[in-house]
Design a protein around this ligand. Sequence first.
Ligand code: FAD
Length: 483
Amino acid sequence: QPIVVWFRDDQRLTDNPALAHAASSGHAVVCVYVHDPEPHHGRPLGAAARWWLHESLRELDGSLRSLGGGLVLLRGNEQETILAFAEAIDAIEVCWNRRYSPAQRQTDAAIKSALEARAVAVSTFNGHLLREPWKVTRRDGEPFQVFGAYWRAARQDISPAPPLPSPDALLFHGTPESACANAVSLADLKLQPHAPDWAAGLRQTWRCGESGAQQRLRHFLDGEFDGYATHRDEMARDATSKMSPYLRFGNISARQVWYAALAAAQAQSISSEHLRKFQDELGWREFSYHLLYHCPALHEVNFRPQFDAMPWRNDQHALRAWQRGQTGYPLVDAGMRELWLTGWMHNRARMVAASFLVKHLLIDWRDGESWFWDTLVDADEANNPAGWQWVAGSGADAAPYFRIFNPVLQGQKFDPQGEYVRRWLPELDRLPAASIHAPWQTAPGQLAAASVRLGDTYPLPIVAHQQARLRALEAFETLRGQR
Ligand code: FAD
């Protein structure tokens, strides 16, 4: 009787506890992935994430085939599909690495009890996080709401088990084709865009999957890691790890990243400041999962209920200008175009672009969150809503609402030469650094010399900063006294 490894957000062979468990069980192994296009409880994947998933599954299947097996792909409702599959192949056990949103936990719990009721054993593992979200609590047993306190408690005894090696050999229960008559092909999952194929920029930017994760991590640790704390906000610089999509799909585990960073810091005598800052960022990911685990619907519900009364504006024209990178604020537009073309955006640009939507345009953070959800390759159930709620001020430990980023000053500070803006807004390429973050304040002669015609080749600002700022503060005032 075979044992089933159900791959989900853990698309790797190394440090995969469910796979390691199956490999050492003595039973023949069947590896399976179920694509549920319309999950009953959870969130359907966005378009950029579907593109990544396609590439990632292709690589995973290739790696499993090189060990003599392959990945069985199935399509349909997760619960019905896994139950029917386990029955069809007479599985003795199904194992998986855990997921954390309330909807996913509900699905997994239902599948676990249905399998156990049919005498199929179930084993589950932590393959996604450094600490299980329920294991870090305040003294009174309640979940944390403040990152600093959470991370102090979490990292105190953060000795994640060392990453597990990839299994050298697996005894497969036939090939995917012979294991299941209902198996579909990767193309059948229809994850990739057709007509139009908008993914050219994504293909150019990323090497997906487990091998891509390892290559990118090495590149970072051997290069910009030694300077991370100093340069991580400089948007023109490739100074961050770009691990986010790999962590999202589990092409690499947080433990692997943690251990590799520790080892690199020791081997290269890198200042503890850089290591610590990098670990803190991994800590923010842990904190987001802590919130996701404890909050019923992080992407729908304001963590602070008083934000339910926020007088958001319904302005489709402004929302569209923001989505297309046409707000007239170069830093915001550069970030939004980087997102559209590559499926990723620098963290500083995410903060500024998100703040612009929520505060300058007074548009509900949920509209921005769903655009990011659709366009980010790292669109993450925990990090995305937590990031948006942090920016909006509605989240746990959020930036105060009245602290409003000025996109011009942010550009001048974190992109002083305008290289980031030039990279994504070629129409402003010839503007001098001194005016690139505020073209509307530039002398007409200079604009003409740079072939910039405001309102034609590049938009005028969609809102004036000072007025928008005051409008946002007034709106925020209306929340005072709300519970
Ligand atoms: P690095 O600086 O190299 O950090 C290493 C890892 O730490 C990242 O890969 C990520 O897993 C984690 N991390 C870093 N910063 C944060 C953070 N602020 N919050 C949580 N985890 C963090 N991150 C996502 O992974 N998916 C999202 O959908 C997402 N949406 C966001 C939306 C908004 C509005 C904001 C402000 C932030 C969002 N982030 C999201 C967090 C952050 O922007 C990205 O994780 C980071 O830019 C990824 O780049 P990196 O891998 O080079 O990060």
